[in-house]
Design a protein around this ligand. Structure first.
Ligand SMILES: Nc1ncnc2c1ncn2[C@@H]1O[C@H](COP(=O)(O)OP(=O)(O)OP(=O)(O)O)[C@@H](O)[C@H]1O
Ligand SMILES: [Mg+2]
Length: 229
């Protein structure tokens, strides 16, 4: 077992470049980026719009393969994974948090959290219990039976964080998770993510241009035109 502070990085990028080829022109979205994220650590990817933050997250999550360079997850190069293996990997070991929350409006808070456990073939009663416990831990246990329409932005984001944690993810990937939140809520969510990561020995990688988040990061990587500035 690798505990927090263990020396083996969960994520390692070595000289990663991603080029998108369009009709007649190509865009180098990520240029020769090397970085690491270890257990218990929060890495903040900053940079202006179009600097390559989201593209880098998709490479880290194995949603896209690099044009050149190497991406390793949990100590294994992703070029060794089949697409199906990468899918299973994401479902079991990676949690995602987005600006737009992506909660399902027809499901309650608890059901939104429990849904990721279906893929893990967890029993219904256990799903509900685990979802309820996580929501409680994130300070929204009293909202378990509410539908998203009846939740504030900050509450929705907490439910989204609970969902990202529900499958026992060891790597949390957040793209602009505070974009639609006020300062107090934004800082609260990031503090919560950091605390959960430390506690679970997970790594968190957050892409954001929100300067309010800088104080929480263990490491800040600033991108400009796809390269580390
Ligand atoms: N699928 C794609 N095909 C072609 N070009 C793309 C694709 N995805 C991203 N790009 C380009 O790559 C560059 C980086 O985009 P990316 O979305 O990674 O930036 P970002 O830093 O996340 O920006 P924002 O802060 O606005 O979300 C941009 O020039 C974008 O147009
Ligand atoms: Mg983006």
């Amino acid at each position: 077992m690798n505990g927090p502070g263990s020396s083996a990085p969960l994520v390692r990028l070595e000289g990663v470049t991603k080029v998108f080829n369009g009709s007649g022109h190509s865009t180098t979205a990520v240029r020769d980026v090397s970085l690491e994220a270890r257990r218990g650590e929060m890495v903040l990817l900053m940079g202006p719009s179009g600097s390559g933050k989201t593209t880098l997250l998709t490479l880290i999550a194995g949603l896209a393969r690099p044009t050149s360079g190497r991406v390793s997850l949990f100590g294994r190069g992703i070029e060794r994974f089949s697409t199906r293996e990468l899918q299973a990997f994401r479902a079991e070991r990676i949690g995602f948090i987005f600006q737009a929350f992506l909660l399902i409006e027809a499901l309650t808070a608890a059901e939104n959290v429990g849904i990721v456990l279906r893929f893990g073939r967890t029993r219904r009663s256990e799903r509900a219990a685990r979802a309820g416990a996580l929501l409680g831990e994130l300070g929204v246990g009293h909202l378990a039976d509410r539908f998203p329409a009846g939740l504030s932005q900050g509450e929705k984001q907490r439910v989204a964080v609970a969902r990202a944690l529900a499958n026992g993810a060891e790597l949390l990937i957040a793209d602009e998770p505070t974009g639609s939140l006020e300062t107090r809520q934004a800082v609260g969510i990031i503090a919560l993510l950091h605390e959960q990561a430390r506690k679970r020995g997970a790594a968190v990688i957050v892409a954001s241009h929100d300067l309010r988040l800088r104080d929480f990061a263990d490491r800040i990587v600033t991108l400009r035109d796809g390269a580390i500035a």
